[in-house]
Design a protein around this ligand. Structure first.
Ligand code: ATP
Ligand code: MG
Length: 566
């Protein structure tokens, strides 16, 4: 592809572009993102959001944020608030915030319109019987014995349903379509069920609630939506969407379906996430291990990275599973550009530099971000006693281990070259302290004589370092496809027991004393970290957002090699 040519449009953008050019819908684009407020948004929703809002933005249109709150038993105001916050966090601005429940009266009137046209009827079959009469893919359905009630009787019964005269589940309103249709969705689908339940917004005003299929097209029509974008599972429902709007003769948006996002090593289903939270496998909806937007935010994923990821996976019509490593790659790209570098030691090992004066402290110049010269430099204090990472020392180094070992010289980042000449152990034989000597001619890590050292270590001055808690994360599940289970097994068998590791003896450089929850940093050589809201004055807590190792680069290399072979 040419460097400056824009990428080809996906099939949804092609359609929108064509509709704009032809003047369909008056040359306008109006989309909506319609979550059901029965849980918190996850990264799958971010994909839908970036498509709905993104397309409106790109084509000069509008997008509504609509709470699809037609099911009173599962929805809560708490979720509504969280959804609003999460969409705003991604950086999108809605034209209107709407609620499907605000249209209940209008929907009811449309239902009466269909009854009067002989296109809907009140059915007394119980849910189980409705299912039985529906038939199967190979077997045509049977007509309900109540299908041919007169319009007057239907209208009277429907009004009594609304008035609350009948118990839950005793009657439904059904569309009169075709019990022999090869599409099961068209076999007289239920439009209303009786449910004496309190709704989080309409209270006890209704005991009739609309089904998704009946309500959704109406919501779109009422709001003047032009392109109703949804996931593939609604493809078979589109003929019904069209049937209702055509029969009512009202504004008729174009429904277009795209593939859901699936990600390895996690689950994108509100129902499953709900179980993880309720059964205590994670600490809450914002647990940094969850693929919820608030979990990812707390983990330190920038909204920008999530949107970059959504742009890279694109829009397709076939289901696929995206490698989690691609998401992490996008996170690293953004953090690499914007993060201040600092030094922190997760598993400290004391180092005493014997020939460094005891009462001296030097302020050494450190680069804040090599990717961004404008970020400048800062001072890092250095003194006689420092901590390095336990992993950076081996008493008997194995081949290819180039870091510190007895007799060996390494560079301390921004400081000096040191050489280890003595190892102190405790009674259990564990190394607890290294005695080293430094070369005063190597300040700033320079080697005037040109001698080479193979490793540069990060460190924190013992006297100046701040104690910190650090939480390291791994995938929540041990299996790439955690819901692919043997008969009868529960997905919890695939939970990763090591998904959270808490380190409580970490040390960070003193410049972090002013860090605030949400701030992100690169801890040199260790990864990107974000200050957790659990932090208190004097007790900072950091989440590792992502390590520095880019698994995606390796995966991409393998894919490209394979393609090269074919
Ligand atoms: P879940 O299965 O997690 O409960 P849902 O589809 O029931 O998801 P809704 O609140 O109904 O959740 O979804 C709002 C919008 O987000 C819908 O248009 C839906 O198609 C879309 N969406 C949900 N999950 C994904 C996903 N994994 N990938 C892309 N879009 C998604
Ligand atoms: Mg849903």
């Amino acid at each position: 592809m040419e460097k400056n040519s824009s990428p080809p449009l996906d099939f949804i953008r092609e359609t929108v572009k064509r509709d704009l050019a032809s003047g369909r819908f008056g040359g306008k684009v109006y989309t909506r993102f319609p979550p059901e407020p029965n849980g918190y948004l996850h990264i799958g929703h971010a994909k839908a959001i970036s498509i709905d809002f993104g397309i409106a933005q790109e084509f000069g249109g509008k997008c509504n944020l609509r709470m699809d709150d037609t099911n009173p038993t599962r929805e809560e105001a708490e979720y509504v608030q969280a959804i609003i916050e999460d969409v705003a966090w991604l950086g999108y601005q809605w034209e209107k915030l709407t609620f499907a429940s605000d249209y209940f009266e209008q929907m009811y009137q449309y239902a009466e319109q269909l009854i009067k046209a002989g296109l809907a009827y009140v059915c007394d079959l119980k849910a189980e019987e409705v299912r039985e009469y529906r038939g199967t893919l190979t077997l045509p359905g049977r007509e309900s014995p109540y299908r041919n009630r007169s319009i007057e009787e239907n209208l009277a019964l429907f009004r009594r349903m609304r008035a609350g005269e009948f118990p839950d589940g005793s009657r439904t309103l059904r569309a009169k379509i075709d019990m022999a249709s090869p599409n099961l969705n068209l076999r007289d689908p239920v439009m209303y069920r009786i449910l004496h339940a309190r709704h989080h917004r309409t209270g006890d005003a209704w005991c009739l609630y609309p089904t998704y299929d009946w309500a959704h097209g109406l919501e779109d029509a009422i709001e003047g939506i032009t392109h109703s974008l949804c996931t593939l599972e609604f493809e078979d429902h589109r003929p019904l969407y069209d049937w209702f709007l055509d029969r009512l003769g009202i504004h008729h948006p174009q429904q277009i379906e795209f593939a859901r996002l699936n990600l390895t090593y996690t689950v994108l289903s509100k129902r499953v996430l709900q179980r993880l939270v309720q059964e205590g496998y994670v600490k809450g909806w914002d647990d940094p291990r969850l693929p919820t937007l608030r979990g990812m935010r707390r983990r330190g994923y920038p909204a920008r990275a999530i949107l970059d990821f959504c742009a890279r996976i694109g829009v397709a019509k076939t289901e696929s599973v995206v490698d989690f490593a691609l998401l992490e790659h996008c996170v690293r790209e953004v953090l690499n550009r914007q993060c201040q570098r600092v030094m922190a030691v997760l598993n400290p090992l004391r180092v005493v530099i014997e020939n460094y004066p005891e009462d001296t402290c030097e302020e050494l110049e450190a680069i804040n971000n090599p990717e961004d010269p404008a970020a400048g430099t800062r001072k890092v204090p250095f003194s006689r006693e420092i901590y390095i990472e336990k992993d950076d020392f081996m008493e008997e180094p194995v081949p290819k281990f180039y870091r510190l070992a007895p007799g060996r010289e390494v560079r301390l980042r921004y400081a000096y070259l040191i050489r280890c000449h003595q190892v102190k152990k405790n009674e259990k034989g564990e190394v607890v302290e290294l005695r080293c000597r430094y070369d005063p001619t190597t300040r700033g890590g320079q080697t005037p004589d040109g001698r080479r050292v193979k490793a540069t270590l990060h460190w924190v001055s013992a006297r100046h370092g701040l104690k910190a808690e650090v939480r390291l994360y791994e995938h929540l599940f041990t299996q790439a496809d955690p819901l692919n289970l043997p008969e009868g097994a529960d997905f919890t068998v695939n939970l990763n027991p090591r998904s959270l590791q808490v380190l409580t003896d970490c040390l960070v450089e003193p410049s972090l004393s002013s860090a605030r929850p949400g701030d992100t940093f690169q801890f040199e050589r260790l990864g990107y970290f974000c200050v957790d809201p659990d932090s208190t004055p004097g007790h900072p807590v950091f989440n590792r957002t992502v390590s520095l190792k880019d698994e995606w680069a390796k995966i991409k290399f393998r894919i490209e090699q394979k393609q090269g072979e074919n």
